[in-house]
Design a protein around this ligand. Structure first.
Ligand SMILES: C[S@@+](CC[C@H](N)C(=O)[O-])C[C@H]1O[C@@H](n2cnc3c(N)ncnc32)[C@H](O)[C@@H]1O
Length: 262
């Protein structure tokens, strides 16, 4: 790499350490967090068919095969972005170009943008798979779906909400504090299942009084992706925490508190 290439492609430690850069990085982290927050709120409306202008069951009428292909491509793009950018090797490569303090914020921003693209371009598949007529049962399912979203939010706070979404990193950078190495933690719900955030998503996606073909496609593919995500994440967690995590896997089930195997 020539000297010029190096100047173009990477940010020198002097620049990264300067006050103005720290402040810009902080603002960028906040902006990325706000984009994430709007995206997750939109996701609730999109999946539940509430409030937002474009939901999982609305949008351009498209022939079934085309709708399935477009939707699968949109979900694959998100899955690819999410999984590849979370890998250690990828992080080592792209932090040559993206300064380390904003690496997590950039990941969060890209994940949000690929989700917003999915919401925008999603093609409805309106065929009804099930429709719960009993009003009590319908209300129970909507409540359960809300409970799933609450489980997602609550669990992010348990594990470390601000670090997960990059704010901790840019704040520490701003005040000149080093990030502490990741710690293995099992707060509250993590003593019942190893993945309460993912469990929350599964509940939120499946608990629907009216399940259309489009919503079902979304629920099936995201659930499969969650299982792949768990395998990748646990591989990394074992590499990071070793026996501590191996023992945790034996002690606590993956998603269903009363079923050790899952
Ligand atoms: C989106 S969070 C999902 C956490 C968990 N899988 C869940 O569903 O609640 C992913 C991050 O949490 C970290 N993580 C997961 N379990 C953890 C634990 N028990 N202690 C510390 N970090 C953990 C992973 O390393 C990863 O950076």
């Amino acid at each position: 790499m020539t000297q010029l290439d190096h100047q173009v492609h990477s940010i020198s430690p002097e620049v990264a350490g300067s006050r103005i850069f720290k402040f810009i990085a902080f603002l960028y982290g906040i902006a990325a967090y706000l984009v994430f927050f709007v995206t997750i709120l939109y996701a609730i409306g999109f999946v539940m068919g509430l409030v937002v202008p474009k939901t999982i069951d609305t949008g351009t009428d498209t022939p079934t095969a085309e709708a399935v292909i477009v939707n699968l491509l949109l979900m694959s793009l998100f899955a690819l972005q999410h999984s590849v950018m979370a890998r250690k090797q990828f992080k080592a490569w792209w932090t040559q170009f993206v300064p380390k303090p904003v690496e997590r914020s950039t990941y969060v921003l890209f994940a949000s943008l690929s989700l917003l693209l999915l919401f925008w371009q999603w093609r409805p598949l309106p065929a009804i798979v099930w429709n719960v007529e009993n009003p009590d049962l319908a209300v129970t399912l909507v409540t359960l779906s809300f409970a799933g979203w609450i489980l997602v939010f609550a669990s992010t706070y348990l594990i470390n909400h601000f670090e997960l979404f990059g704010l901790h990193q840019v704040t520490n950078h701003l005040v000149g504090k080093e990030m502490t190495p990741p710690r293995f933690r099992t707060p509250l719900l993590y003593n019942f299942v190893r993945h309460p955030i993912y469990l929350g998503f599964i509940i939120a996606f499946w608990a629907a009084p009216t399940m259309t073909a489009g919503h079902l496609l979304f629920a099936v593919v995201t659930t499969l992706y969650i299982f792949v995500g768990i395998a990748l994440e646990e591989h990394d967690l074992v590499a990071l925490f070793g026996d501590e995590y191996r023992q945790y896997k034996q002690r606590v089930s993956m998603l269903i508190p009363w079923r050790r195997s899952l």
